[in-house]
Design a protein around this ligand. Sequence first.
Ligand code: UN1
Length: 477
Amino acid sequence: MTFHKNLIDGEWIGESKVPNINPSDTNDVVGEYASAGLEEAKAAIAAAKAASHSWARSGILERHAILRKTADEIMARKEELGRLLSREEGKTLAEGIGETIRAGQIFDFFAGEALRLVGEIIPSVRPGIGVEITREPVGVVGIITPWNFPIAIPAWKIAPALCYGNTIVFKPAELVPGCSWAIVDILHRAGLPKGVLNLVMGKGSIVGQAMLDSPDINAITFTGSVGTGKRVAAASIEHNRKFQLEMGGKNPFVVLDDADLSVAVESAVNSSFFSTGQRCTASSRLIVTDGIHDKFVAAMTERLKGLVVDDALKPGTHIGPVVDATQLKQDMDYIEIGRQEGAKIAFGGERLDRETPGFYLQPTLFTEATNAMRISREEIFGPVASVIRVKDYEEALAVANDTPFGLSSGIATTSLKHATHFKRNAEAGMVMVNLPTAGVDFHVPFGGRKGSSYGPREQGKYAAEFYTVVKTAYTQA
Ligand code: UN1
């Protein structure tokens, strides 16, 4: 079995081994991966700091070439990496390959951005003086990524960090080290100088904590749970460090009487249940007006009956397993909570047995839910959604916005008036009209409001906001 080590200061090191288990078949070990201790985490931070000055001054063509090469290799290996992704995380092979392509596109985008760094020249209010505004790297960026997008989220944090001249300490989720190891290996071979990108696989309580405690990490970008996000925030304030958080969602998808029923059903099925519902952009509250409610529920139930839940790598599988036993327990607990709160199960709710031992769960649709129930307020992070019946658009909008979160918000309608009003009034970072709440482009800003997010947007040109600091220089000539 191959042992995949951490990359610290340009060297592959590591002794303690953790198996990476396939959630579709728990007898299948994807590989062995290192788990760093405190000393290794500290060495990685020191290496990133030491490399910081010279990488900040590296030529834009060097950065471009490395990002470009990485994009090309990811694209060339999309089937293999997509397969690795599905095997370690459990989303279907089509989803795994799609996500791998997205990662390639992100590296490609930031390869281009490296050649398009700009500043501004502004006349001073004092004659004879010029003002230049430039963007400089932040320094050492700590990157902490979740298990649900094992290649795309590392890509959309690593690519801009490198593009804008930062060095990195990267801690991927313990459950899915495989794709992270693969992209670090690709970047290393693409010619990154030693210390610029350090991979520290390991536990949050050791590696993550070491990053939070270090005065040498100048910025932390984090995607994951609300609880951990709050700890990242508190520790970062302590160190006067820049931070960016992407946390939970409880995204609404509104269906109005005038919706095209098939558009509404396809969007809801996709955003609630694909990727096993394990997306922070997933829609978990389906807010449906009276006139279409029964037709919508009947069509959803029919559609869910036709979905195949099975091994992520099997052709024909629509929904792969839940990622692990802990997440499955959380999903099952919430299904029980929903029942006890008085919501009715229109479809699903049961665990499934398949040929191989895995964490299989039926897509589960609740009806007769209210927005006050815990299943409507707390993020479940599984293939579980509830239908909330409302009387009209105004009530739908109010319910959609009545949540502690604000990542993505969707509506199915053929009314220009309602679509326009919704786009302007949805309290979310992203609004989708006649589209699933999940599944975003790679070249435009990503992020939310309220309890979902903190700090500047990720992705596209807007990524520069987080990965750079602005300098204002005055010259009298
Ligand atoms: C998408 O919906 O395409 O963790 C991306 C998540 C998000 C990414 C969603 N940060 O689910």
